[in-house]
Design a protein around this ligand. Structure first.
Ligand SMILES: [Fe+2]
Ligand SMILES: [Fe+2]
Length: 397
């Protein structure tokens, strides 16, 4: 398939007109209603009534103008990123989230995996469930908004080709992402604790990892991952499964700190004030997620595990006691650091937020994470095409 063909198949609508826009909006909204009906038990009629109100009028203080090419490209990349997030969070919630009919977690999950996650915090299953719900709402909203403006929504369904976990609790679906061979970059841990360096001002500084997590699974791959010795308490949970849960704990924070930086980075090149409002309203929810996960990951127990399938070893430190400030678990508030220039006083900020190449940077970080191991070259072409378009957006044009 040629790149052009690929990008138009990823972007679901190619020649929008006002009639087509209306049809597409209705179709998408019906899809949303269907999904939400399934997920939340919403009445279709009630939701359909609100669809007209949502997409026909002007929003507060903002005329209903068409968007610039750059704004569309930024929203499309964010939609793709949110679809990817939704895919990985759905895998987590099937196994580790609160099991209710709101999400797909109606299979009972993996009770022992949930218990392992609860070493980090008793509320982990609820948080996983709710983070999943938030990501789904993000891409559904952005796609619906794009359609309402006559632009193409993003659909990555053709790339849902990766295998599901075979562990009890997981559904057998094609997936976009792979959670079973992750290399989790935990440098966010020290980046938010070290006040003398800012990745935007000091791009060559290497922030140390909190723990080194290479080629590890963050979910039980089969029920074999639920068995094994437990040298440390709680003794009903195998140490191997504890290590899987702790990998997930750091991965949650890695994913959400990425969103925390991505939204402000891209917002700097948005033109339309309403699109800016979207980025400024979704972005901080990523930060809310990050802050939660950042706090919980620090509760991991000191533990070394050798994966019986891959042979990959991981060691988690006790970050609660006897650690320098760059690692100390309860220092989760962003340490003030230099911002914009070393000449200004230190400021507590999200970092990085440089805008140049931000979309491709996010795509690269997700790829380095191992999330796309097994994906086709067409998938990478599609993702890179969307990222390049977003990074070509220039504020004011
Ligand atoms: Fe999101
Ligand atoms: Fe997120």
């Amino acid at each position: 398939m040629k790149n052009d063909d690929l990008s138009s198949s990823v972007l679901s609508e190619t020649t929008p007109s006002s009639t087509k826009k209306e049809d597409a909006t209705t179709r998408l909204w019906q899809g949303v209603v269907k999904r939400r009906s399934f997920l939340k038990g919403l009445g279709v009629a009630g939701a359909a009534v609100s669809a007209g109100a949502l997409f026909t009028g002007e929003s507060e203080g903002q005329s209903s103008t068409s968007l610039t090419k750059g704004d569309v490209a930024i929203l499309q990349f964010l939609s793709a990123a949110e679809i990817i997030e939704s895919d990985l969070w759905l895998q987590y919630t099937e196994l580790g989230g609160t099991q209710d009919s709101e999400e797909s977690g109606v299979n009972g999950g993996s009770p022992l995996y949930m218990q392992a996650l609860q070493i980090l915090d008793g509320d982990m299953p609820q948080y996983i469930h709710d983070n999943t719900d938030d990501e789904i709402s993000h891409f559904e909203f952005i796609n619906a908004y794009l359609i309402s403006k006559g632009a193409d929504p993003v659909n990555l369904d053709q790339f849902r080709t990766l295998p599901s976990s075979k562990a009890t609790g997981a559904r057998d679906l094609g997936r976009l992402t792979n959670l079973m061979n992750l290399t989790v970059d935990t440098s966010f841990w020290t980046r938010y604790r070290i006040g003398t360096e800012n990745p935007d001002l000091d791009p060559t500084f290497v922030f140390p990892q909190a723990d080194t997590i290479v080629n590890r699974t963050a979910i039980p791959r089969t029920d074999d991952d639920l068995v094994g010795p437990a040298k440390i308490a709680p003794h009903n949970i195998p140490d191997h499964l504890k290590a899987i849960a702790f990998t997930a704990g750091f991965h949650f924070a890695f994913i959400e700190q990425g969103g925390t930086s991505l939204y402000p980075s891209l917002a700097q090149r948005v033109r339309n004030v309403e699109v800016l409002r979207i980025l400024l309203s979704i972005g901080p929810t990523e930060t809310a997620h990050f802050q939660t996960w950042h706090d919980k990951a620090g509760n991991a127990l000191a533990l070394t595990d050798v994966d019986p399938v891959t042979g990959a070893t991981v060691t988690f430190k006790n970050l609660i006691t006897n650690q320098p400030e760059s690692l100390q678990s309860n220092l989760i508030m962003p340490e003030p650091t230099d911002f914009l220039s070393h000449k200004f006083p230190a400021c507590s900020i999200i970092r990085p937020t440089r805008t140049k190449g931000a979309a491709m940077g996010a795509a690269r970080a997700l790829t380095a994470d191992g999330l796309f191991i097994g994906q086709s070259s067409d998938f990478f072409t599609a993702l890179h095409t969307l990222a390049e378009a977003a990074d070509a957006a220039v504020r004011g044009f």
